[in-house]
Design a protein around this ligand. Structure first.
Ligand code: GLN
Length: 336
């Protein structure tokens, strides 16, 4: 047994306080449930927006659906509304594939091989690829997300897809599956994404076959999640990369702040500035109607409802999250 020197004692004390430092202090359970209930009640009849229609099967999802969930870093769930409806994850998948690349190749791979600059342009902008020296721009727009897919290490496309799906499932703490209906629907009209993949490849910023990569990207967007599962995925990022329910590590701790920093800058594409202005939190949005927002060390908040604004972001989902952030004082830039 080592002798208990003052240095060792100090180190033991420091380590003992570490978990508390990462967990942060959480609002009371009653306050969390009240915030979720109030946000759901306030916005459930908010009329704005329209379902995504450029992907035919997303237009058919009932527009009335609306779910709000908080999952905290101690694994507790606070929910209201349609939190068990399985919807297409779409672009909310992007951080989780980027996380896999970070695990396999280190966070620097994102910085060097994709980029971390916000575009201020729509998620599928070809202009951004043409204008930005990094080309693929960042992992949260389609170009950078396909670059992430191309960087995942695998012997063949089947193995790569299986790896991505397994990785998402680990984040969710339960097995997730792709919807064949969504996939077929997207694949029938993803010419624009195929063009972006080819363009990136021509600039040497896509690192695998372009059409194969676009196909796997389309599959990842077609994975179904419930608002509750998505909130567990987000809470894993809030919890330093460890799933708060299964306790499995999904992302290296050192990569988490880097991923969240880029999410803050680019998670809402051309509305990222307005989102940060209002919420002061990183968040990722998708045209399936899901938004996940991360409060580091505390929780993830998910708002799900299909009608989208002009930038492709869920109207009710965003309103619900903004209201919860204000009520519980969760803006990262407020002194606490
Ligand atoms: N699959 C969709 C696309 O590539 C995802 C877009 C999104 O959710 N913003 O167009």
């Amino acid at each position: 047994m080592p002798r208990l020197t003052p240095k060792l004692l100090l180190c033991a004390l420091f380590c003992a306080t570490l978990p508390e430092l990462t967990a942060g202090s959480l609002p009371e359970p009653a306050a969390l449930q009240k915030a979720v209930d109030t946000a759901h009640a306030t916005f459930k009849n908010e009329p704005g927006g329209a379902n995504a229609s450029y992907i035919p099967c997303l237009a058919k999802v009932p527009s009335k659906l609306f779910g709000v969930v908080i999952v905290t870093v101690d694994g507790k769930v606070y929910q209201a509304g349609d939190v068990d409806y399985a919807f297409a994850i779409e672009s909310v998948s992007k951080p989780f594939t980027a996380a896999l690349v970070m695990n396999e190749s280190g966070p620097q791979a994102i910085l060097k091989q994709i980029g971390v600059e916000p575009t201020g342009m729509p998620f599928n902008s070809v202009m951004a690829v043409e204008l930005e020296p990094a080309r693929s721009v960042n992992p949260f727009v389609n170009a950078g997300a396909m670059a992430s897919v191309s960087l995942v290490k695998a012997k063949n496309p089947q193995e790569k897809w299986a790896k991505i799906l397994a990785h998402y499932s680990k984040f969710a703490g339960e097995p997730l599956a792709m919807s064949d209906e969504v996939y077929q629907s997207e694949a029938s009209c993803n010419q624009h994404n195929r063009a972006i993949a080819e363009l990136l490849f021509s600039y040497h910023r896509l690192y695998a076959d372009p059409l194969e990569t676009c196909d796997i990207y389309t599959r990842q967007c077609s994975v179904l999640v419930t608002a509750k599962q998505l909130a567990v995925m987000g809470a894993t990022l809030a919890n330093g990369g460890v799933n708060p329910i299964t306790q499995e590590r999904c992302l290296d701790a050192a990569s988490v702040p880097k991923l969240l920093a880029v999410m803050m800058m680019a998670g809402f594409y051309d509305e990222s500035g307005a989102w940060a202005w209002k919420s002061g939190l990183p968040a990722k949005t998708g045209v399936g109607g899901g938004i996940v927002s991360i409060v580091p060390g505390k929780m993830a908040i998910v708002g799900f409802s299909p009608p989208l604004d002009a930038a492709g972001n869920s109207v009710r989902g965003a309103s619900a999250i903004h209201q919860i952030v204000a009520e519980l004082n969760l803006n990262l830039f407020n002194p606490r």
